[in-house]
Design a protein. Structure first.
Length: 690
């Protein structure tokens, strides 16, 4: 369940989940609680399936048989159910803010939150206004008549959150983790990944034709004659294809050394000549001069510079108009919103749009998450829940430490450092100690799309002059109601927001064995192991990209990691498409290490408490593994599975379950599986890492 910023953005853009509660079920103050989720639920089990044949089908089959994915979603299961529950709470927070917005001082965070959500919910206004909320932005693009004006306009759009040509943001310096530096990374594509532009199969060809039609449709809706828009859409496709061909693949980007190129401003200018960086920095609002940047993909930036020079300005204007309209279309009139949805549904498989309140709630959480987080925490997360969750995480840390001390393949020098990296790994549980200050955020009554741009501009202003300054280690990368967690190697910390620490992940009053399988395995053990996966292992205890491994240990690690690659590459993702074992390697190592560690933690807890009771006919070990499998309870549309094979570093839920358990003798013992059973892989091919 780890995320990184760019992936999160692409997944959020593609996933069109959640619905299910009609208006009448929801009132503004009383929060109805949906059917209570259990960390271990015997009702999900399909007892007609042999656990040793297909453990995922055994643990979740009873549920899957009766589940229908709601029309507005691409998946159903744990993540959707927990998100639905959290969103009811967030909705009550937002409706309270909306009701209070005229009574509170206009510049207070509550009033801004209320104004923002109210302006999003005003569908009548959006309908009435058509394209007019972005008319001025389109005019600014159309006024671009020189290459240097083009660069300034690209910076202006990026400030407002519109993706164009490349990404530009401050982040920790991988070789000086205490300080921020500027990162310039590849970007500027309208399809979800560079592979969609380069693959030659019929399905990719069809998606490309649909993308061109979508670009043309948005340009037409904005008032261009259809024939002009069609020709422009072809040229947008041609431009993006050039950018895609110069882009690194996701697998290539898994090597953090391959995306680190510290570059002086003079060399940056040399590399990408036609882009005037002086003009760009100025238009980006950078008031503190920088002397160097990280150019993640130099070949991409060189090509971007060439294209700035060689492509007609007319093509660039069409490209920028499309990206502006694409960013704004969910919030314009329904002709725009429907076209945006129909295009994205090609990748998600969703059949209808989410209800407006869910769409508005999600964009509010995404842009003003810390404005609503505090009230969310007050309504959901007690100090006791935090302490109980921390206990499980502490046990996981102790168990991983013990595993490190006993690894036979690791030399003592590497082991000593690994132990110190673990000891210095920070954790954040529940919610931030200090909440973001929104006093300089501007939110207006009126059209919503400009408020989205204002909120992005606020975030840009808040961070753009960070390069050279100390990294703010109190910040959170996801919001408090989010059903997710992450490990960030650049600060060596794992983060578990309150929204994820509820049933079905964790229930302090529930079965301990189940809590160790779910929170212990899929969450805490998983995130901790990310610190030592194929990417995380390259970072030291302070978050610096620095090789602390004895050469022989790196060789051994890579040999065992290759076994994980081979194991998962053998699994089918959907139809005849295989899982990409290289793309999903880090997540698969984290799942496997997480489950091994959590199993040890369970044994420690059982020894400590002496509680070995059988519940619903299952032993503690069986409930542990079933809860692990049920934490991956998910039912996914094929369109979504196809998209994920290209963009998602996680394997499908089925393999996140069956992959790790079939490597574990403790699992075979718990369910009395025999050699030769599908859930018992031969020891000679089982990876031995953590
Ligand atoms: Zn992960």
């Amino acid at each position: 369940m780890s995320i990184n910023r760019s992936l999160l953005v692409s997944l959020l853009a593609l996933t069109v989940p959640s619905a299910g509660f009609s208006q009448s079920q929801v009132s503004s103050t009383a929060v109805p609680i949906p059917a209570r989720l259990k960390v271990f639920d015997p009702a999900y089990i399909d007892t007609s399936v042999n656990a040793c044949q297909d453990f995922f089908a055994f643990a979740n089959g009873g549920w899957i048989k009766h589940d229908t994915i709601p029309a507005a979603f691409s998946t159903s299961g744990v993540s959707k159910d927990m998100t639905d529950a959290n969103e009811l709470v967030v909705r009550s927070v937002l409706e309270d803010a909306m009701a209070a917005r005229k009574r509170r001082p206009a510049n207070s965070t509550v009033a801004k939150l209320g104004r923002y959500y109210a302006s999003c919910m005003d569908s009548a206004r959006a309908e009435r206004e058509g394209v007019s909320p972005v008319k001025a932005d389109l005019a600014a693009i159309n006024a671009v008549s020189t290459r240097s004006e083009l660069i300034r306009e690209i910076a202006t759009l990026q400030r407002n959150g519109v993706g164009a040509l490349f990404n530009f943001f401050p982040n920790a310096d991988p070789k000086d983790a205490e300080h921020y530096m500027v990162w310039i990374t590849q970007g500027g594509l309208g399809m979800p990944d560079r592979d969609y532009y380069t693959k030659t199969d019929a399905a990719s060809d069809s998606l490309r034709r649909k993308y061109v039609a979508h670009v043309a449709k948005l340009l037409t809706l904005a008032g261009e004659p259809a024939s002009v828009a069609s020709a422009e859409a072809q040229r947008v496709m041609a431009l993006e294809t050039e950018l895609a061909k110069a882009s690194m693949t996701r697998v290539e980007q898994r090597d953090p050394n391959a995306t680190y190129h510290k570059t002086t401003i003079a060399d940056l200018q040399q590399l990408s000549g036609p882009i005037s960086w002086r003009q760009y920095f100025q238009a980006a609002g950078m008031t503190t001069p920088v002397s160097y940047v990280n150019v993640s993909q130099p070949d991409f930036l060189r090509r971007a510079g060439e294209l700035v020079n060689s492509m007609p300005l007319e093509d660039w204007r069409a490209y920028l108009r499309y990206h502006l309209l694409s960013a704004a279309s969910p919030w314009l009139s329904s002709d725009f919103a429907n076209e945006n949805f129909a295009y994205r549904a090609l990748y998600s498989g969703a059949k209808e749009m989410l209800p407006r309140w869910k769409r508005c709630l999600r964009v509010t959480d995404g842009q003003l998450g810390e404005a609503l987080g505090q009230a969310y925490v007050e309504r959901t997360f007690s100090p006791k829940a935090k302490a109980d969750a921390k206990q499980v995480i502490d046990d996981i840390r102790a168990s991983f430490q013990n595993r490190l001390m006993n690894l036979s393949w690791m030399s003592d020098s590497t082991r000593r450092y690994a132990l110190s990296k673990l000891a210095r790994m920070n954790e954040k549980v529940g919610y931030p100690d200090k909440w973001r200050d929104y006093s300089t955020l501007d939110v207006e009554d009126g059209s919503f799309a400009p408020n989205v741009f204002r909120a992005d501009a606020f975030e840009w202003r808040r961070t753009i002059n960070r390069p050279g300054k100390p990294v703010d280690k109190t910040e959170w990368g996801i919001t408090v109601p989010t059903v997710n967690a992450y490990y960030d190697p650049s600060v060596n910390e794992m983060v578990f927001p309150a929204g994820a620490l509820l049933p079905q992940t964790f229930d302090a009053s529930g079965d301990m064995a189940a809590n160790y399988g779910s929170l212990g395995g899929s969450w805490a053990g998983h995130e901790l192991t990310h610190g030592f996966d194929d990417e995380g292992r390259h970072y030291d205890a302070e978050g610096n990209l620095r090789d602390w491994w004895a050469a022989t240990d790196s060789v051994r690690f890579n040999e065992q990691a290759q076994r994980v690659v081979d194991q998962f590459s053998g699994y089918i993702q959907v139809d005849t498409m295989h899982v990409n074992g290289k793309l999903t390697l880090g997540e698969n190592i984290a799942d496997y290490g997480g489950l091994l560690t959590a199993y040890d933690a369970l044994q420690r807890a059982l020894a400590r408490t002496g509680q070995r009771t059988t519940v619903d006919g299952y032993t503690p070990e069986q409930r542990f593994f079933i809860a692990y499998a049920q934490s991956w309870r998910e039912h996914t549309r094929p369109e979504q599975l196809k998209t994920r094979v290209t963009v998602d570093p996680h394997a499908p839920a089925e393999w996140r379950t069956n992959g790790p358990v079939s490597n574990m003798p403790a699992f075979a013992k718990a369910f009395n599986c025999k050699p030769g059973d599908p859930m018992v892989r031969p020891l000679s091919s089982v990876p031995q890492i953590w």
